[in-house]
Design a protein. Structure first.
Length: 416
């Protein structure tokens, strides 16, 4: 069983309680003051010292980034999230930033920095990320795990036997989007993305690989490629929290246009969709939440490099498809949905829990169409309140899928 911990890009921050509009919170019964890891540490180190209620808690949450799986080896590093509401205008969403840096026993280096900034009154929203990595990418072929086509190369490409191949590469990524609020809750945005991979190599004793078959069919250099393009997005949100809502909707629909004049290896046009809906199930205790998520990526024309295809865990924050490693399924057309129930365990919110189910489908350009086959996953997790000032949870999830895949996932804050 692979132990999958500390994936970069899996960290977000939460809205400070004082910033939640009063009319958006149902009537609640009385609960003890919230208790987080900082309170626990203080109680251990200074058991007789009372907490200073007038002292503002820091909006920065650091933690070790420790992981192990057979692909990357043992990993050590640090990750952190930060959250702050800018200005004093009511209803302004919290601005967040996240970073992670790590090294593994197999020589993998990974650095990640992201931000999601709302200016006062939510007039502007800036979203972006920077990644620099000496990376390893496990590869299970194209499609959704079913044999398609009629040749031996088709069998290698779709990989129904679920043999794992591995690519190693230098990976550099820069993305930035700017949204302008045009009316309440509605934003229009545009941006740029540069994704570069260099020094790509595979194990030489594996014979023909899905990566080699794909590159030959679509005309890519197996040693390097890049996908550079423009974003055009529409975002709509009514969530009462930016990242851990009790109720509301978040929706983002975008077009990405990769262009050779920007340095992209090939031209391509993709449609991406991200829809999330939250229901509070209890007026007395709104922390009982049912959450739904749908994420999709659809290649409309052209082609993209194999490593940049949509797939499991390929969403913006790499949080989808718990139970499967990133890229376990990949395809030009990819559709993913998940439902999660979130519930408190202790009255002071120090511990809470989740249960979740997910499902995904994909095409393979060899006869298997989108929605023809589905692959399920699911699991359960524990939440530890890591920083009550930003409502940052430490997430410990055990998840499983088909083909005997399963794993333990560690992150900061909810998957969606």
């Amino acid at each position: 069983m692979a132990l999958l911990l500390g994936c970069a890009g899996q960290i977000q921050a939460q809205v400070i309680d004082k910033d939640i509009p009063a009319d958006s919170i149902p009537k609640q019964r009385s609960y003890p003051a919230q208790y987080d890891v900082g309170d626990l540490i203080r109680a251990i180190i200074h058991p007789n010292r009372k907490a200073d209620s007038t002292r503002a808690r820091s909006g920065i949450t650091p933690m070790p980034n420790v992981a192990y799986n057979p692909t990357i080896g043992a990993q050590i590093g640090i990750k952190a999230v930060a959250g702050k509401v800018l200005g004093n205008e009511p209803g302004t969403l919290i601005s967040v930033a996240a970073t992670s840096a790590s090294i593994t026993t197999k020589g993998i280096l990974y650095f990640y920095l992201s931000h999601n900034v709302y200016t006062p009154g939510n007039k502007w929203n800036f979203q972006g990320s920077l990644i620099a990595a000496r990376a390893v990418s496990p590869d299970y072929g194209l499609g959704i795990g079913y044999l398609a086509g009629s040749t031996e190369a088709d069998r290698v490409l779709t990989n129904p036997d679920r043999h794992v191949f591995v690519q190693r590469a230098i990976y550099l990524s820069f993305r930035e989007k700017v949204y302008k609020q045009v009316t309440d809750n509605l934003f229009l945005g545009a941006g740029v993305s540069f994704d570069l991979r260099r020094n790509i190599r595979e194990s030489t004793d594996e014979g023909l690989t899905p990566y080699q078959v794909y590159n030959e069919r679509y005309g890519y250099d197996g040693r390097q490629h890049q996908a550079n393009g423009l974003f055009f997005n529409v975002q709509y949100t009514t969530r009462d929290h930016q990242n851990q809502p009790f109720k509301g909707i978040y929706s983002d629909v975008g077009i990405r246009v990769n262009q050779t004049w920007m340095g992209s290896t090939k031209n391509a046009m993709l449609l991406t969709t991200d829809f999330r809906k939250y229901w509070s199930l209890s007026e007395r205790n709104p922390h009982h939440v049912l959450a739904f998520w749908n994420w999709g990526s659809y290649l409309l024309n052209g082609s993209v490099p194999y490593m940049d295809l949509a797939g499991s865990g390929k969403d913006t924050n790499a949080r989808s498809a718990r139970g499967y490693i990133i890229g376990y399924f990949r395809a030009p057309l990819f559709f993913y949905s998940e439902v999660e129930y979130r519930f408190p365990i202790l009255r002071n919110r120090f511990l809470s829990g989740v249960t979740f189910l997910n499902i995904q489908t994909a095409n393979d350009d060899l006869g298997t169409n989108l929605f023809k086959h589905w692959q399920p996953g699911g699991g359960a997790g524990l939440r530890v309140l890591f920083n009550k000032a930003t409502r940052t949870n430490l997430c410990l999830d055990y998840a499983f899928g088909k083909y005997g895949v399963r794993g333990f996932f560690l992150g900061l804050n909810e998957a969606f």
